[in-house]
Design a protein around this ligand. Structure first.
Ligand SMILES: *Cc1c(COP(=O)(O)O)cnc(C)c1O
Length: 451
C-alpha cells in the first residue's frame, strides 16, 4: 500500500477545468448592484482575461506557461492515504486527502493568487489591492504579487491586525504593504475613523477600502480570493491532479468531502470529479460540503439573489445566502464566515448533486486533534470541518461494513491558528447554535430583484 501518491513535475495539468461547460443550463446572470441589470466584472477593478474566464463556457482553459512555472515551486501536491487515521477509527473505509499545506503561504489560495497576479501584470497593472480578515488570502496574494513584481496593498480588518500579528508579518516578509482597516488611506476609511477612531473594522469596510483604492488609483486593480467563477476555475488544478493520482492506483472515490467558506477549495477539489457525473460518465458519486453551524449558508440559507459583500457594492449573484448583512459569531475558522457561496456550487447544491452538512466547532477541533495525532499534520480549523465530515462517514462505514473510498481536500496547515488550538485545549471553545433570529432579520434585507 502506498502512503502517498506523487506525480512528477511534468505531470502538472496544463489546463484548468471549467464546470460551466457541464452545468445543466446556464448560471443566472450576475447583476449590477445599483441598476440590477446584468453586468460583467467592472473593468476598472479586474483584468479583462479574468472577466473573460468568469463568463467562459469553454470546458478547458490553458494555464499560461509563466503560471505553471510558479506552480512548480510546490505543485504537484501529494495525495495521501490516511492509513493511521483509518486504523484509529477502525473503519473499513479508505481515506485519501490532497495536501495543500505545502504551498509557501500554507493553503490552496496561491493557486488562484498566482494566476490573478499574472494576468494583471500581463495587462500592465502595477499594483493589486485586497482585503483580508485572518490573513490567509492576503498572504497568498502578497506571495504571488512578489513573483510578478507587482505591488500589493492589503487592508486588514483592525481587530485581526492587532490580535493576529503573524500573518501580517508574513505578508510584509513578501513585501506587501498592510494597513489596519479602517485606515486613513481612503474616503471610506476616513469616514469610519471620524465616527469612531477605535473602530475594530469589519470585512465589509475593508472590502470597500480595497475597492475604492483600486478604483481611484491608476494601474491598480482589486482581487478576490474566493466565490467568483474564475477563482474556482484556477483551483481545479487540485482536483485534476487528484484524478491523475487516483488513476495511478486504479481508484475512483465514492465520496468527496471539502470545507466551504466561499467555496473555492471545495469546488477546486470536487468539480473535476463532478464533471464526470454531470456528463453521465459516472453514476455514483457522493459529494459533501462541510460548513460551521455558526455560519450555515448551505444548510440553513435560502437560494436567492444577494449582494456579494456586506456593504452592497459588489455585484448581486444568485446563491445560497444568510443575508449580506448577517454577521456570523466569531468562530475560530475565520475563513468560513462568509454569508454566501460560489454560484456554481450553490446551483449544484440546489440541483441535488451536492449535499451539505454543518458541524460545531468543538467537534471539529476534536477531529483536528485526532488527525494531528494520527497523520501528523496540524491542519487549519477551516479544513477540519471537512475532516469532521470524513470522520463521521468513516464511522458510518465501520457500522455498515462498507469499504468506501473517501477523498477530502486538505486545504491548509494550522500553524498560524495555534491560539485557536490552545483555546480548545483550555476548554474555552463554545458551540454556537444556528443563529436563526439573526438570519431571519438579515434575510429581510435581500435586494428585491424581479427575476
Ligand atoms: C480561505 C480558506 C478556506 C475557505 O475558503 P474557500 O474559498 O471556501 O476555500 C478554507 N481553508 C483554508 C485553509 C483557507 O485558507
Amino acid at each position: 500500500m502506498m502512503r502517498k501518491i506523487l506525480l512528477d513535475e511534468d505531470e502538472i495539468p496544463r489546463r484548468w477545468y471549467n464546470i460551466l461547460a457541464d452545468l445543466p443550463g446556464s448560471l443566472d446572470p450576475m447583476l449590477n448592484p445599483q441598476t440590477y441589470e446584468p453586468t460583467e466584472l467592472p473593468p476598472f477593478l479586474f483584468a479583462s482575461e479574468l472577466n473573460r474566464q468568469e463568463f467562459s463556457t469553454d470546458r478547458w482553459i490553458d494555464i499560461p506557461e509563466e503560471v505553471l512555472e510558479v506552480y512548480r515551486i510546490w505543485r504537484p501536491t501529494p495525495l495521501y492515504r490516511a492509513k493511521k487515521l483509518e486504523e484509529a477509527l477502525k473503519t473499513p473505509a479508505k481515506i485519501y486527502y490532497k495536501w495543500e499545506g505545502v504551498s509557501p503561504p500554507g493553503s490552496h489560495k496561491p493557486n488562484t493568487a498566482v494566476a490573478q497576479a499574472y494576468y494583471n501584470m500581463k495587462e500592465g497593472i502595477e499594483r493589486l489591492t485586497t482585503e483580508t480578515g485572518a490573513g490567509q488570502w492576503g498572504s497568498a496574494l502578497a506571495f504571488a504579487t512578489k513573483l510578478f513584481d507587482l505591488e500589493c496593498m492589503v487592508y486588514m480588518v483592525r481587530v485581526s491586525y492587532d490580535q493576529k500579528p503573524y500573518r501580517r508579518v508574513l505578508m510584509e516578509a513578501w513585501g506587501a504593504e498592510v494597513v489596519p482597516s479602517p485606515s486613513n488611506r481612503t474616503k471610506t476609511g476616513q469616514k469610519y475613523l471620524e465616527e469612531d477612531p477605535d473602530s475594530p473594522g469589519s470585512l465589509g469596510v475593508a472590502i470597500s477600502e480595497a475597492v475604492e483604492d483600486a478604483a481611484t488609483n491608476d494601474n491598480t486593480h482589486y482581487t478576490l480570493g474566493s466565490v467568483l467563477n474564475h477563482v474556482i476555475l484556477h483551483q481545479t488544478i487540485m482536483g485534476l491532479e487528484a484524478k491523475r493520482q487516483f488513476e495511478m492506483i486504479d481508484t475512483y472515490p465514492d465520496a468527496i468531502y471539502g470545507c466551504v467558506g466561499g467555496g473555492s477549495n471545495f469546488s477546486g477539489g470536487a468539480f473535476p470529479f463532478l464533471g464526470d457525473k454531470l456528463r453521465g460518465e459516472r453514476k455514483e458519486l457522493e459529494v459533501v460540503a462541510c460548513e460551521p453551524t455558526a455560519c450555515p449558508t448551505l444548510t440553513k440559507g435560502i437560494y436567492a439573489y444577494d449582494f456579494g459583500d456586506s456593504v452592497g457594492l459588489a455585484p448581486i449573484v444568485k446563491m445560497y445566502t444568510l443575508g449580506h448583512d448577517f454577521i456570523p459569531p466569531k468562530i475560530h475558522a475565520g475563513g468560513l464566515r462568509y454569508h454566501g457561496d460560489a454560484p456554481a456550487l450553490c446551483r449544484l447544491v440546489n440541483d441535488g448533486y451536492i449535499r451539505a452538512e454543518a458541524y460545531h466547532q468543538t467537534d471539529v477541533f476534536e477531529a483536528a486533534v485526532l488527525f494531528a495525532r494520527t497523520e501528523g499534520f496540524v491542519i487549519a480549523p477551516e479544513t477540519a470541518h471537512a475532516l469532521k465530515g470524513v470522520v463521521d462517514e468513516a464511522i458510518r462505514c465501520r457500522e455498515s461494513g462498507e469499504e468506501k473510498t473517501i477523498f477530502f481536500l486538505n486545504s491548509g496547515h494550522g500553524h498560524f491558528d495555534l491560539s485557536s488550538y490552545a483555546a480548545y485545549f483550555e476548554g474555552k471553545l463554545v458551540d454556537y447554535e444556528y443563529p436563526a433570529e439573526l438570519v431571519k432579520r438579515a434575510l429581510e434585507n435581500l435586494p428585491k430583484v424581479g427575476v
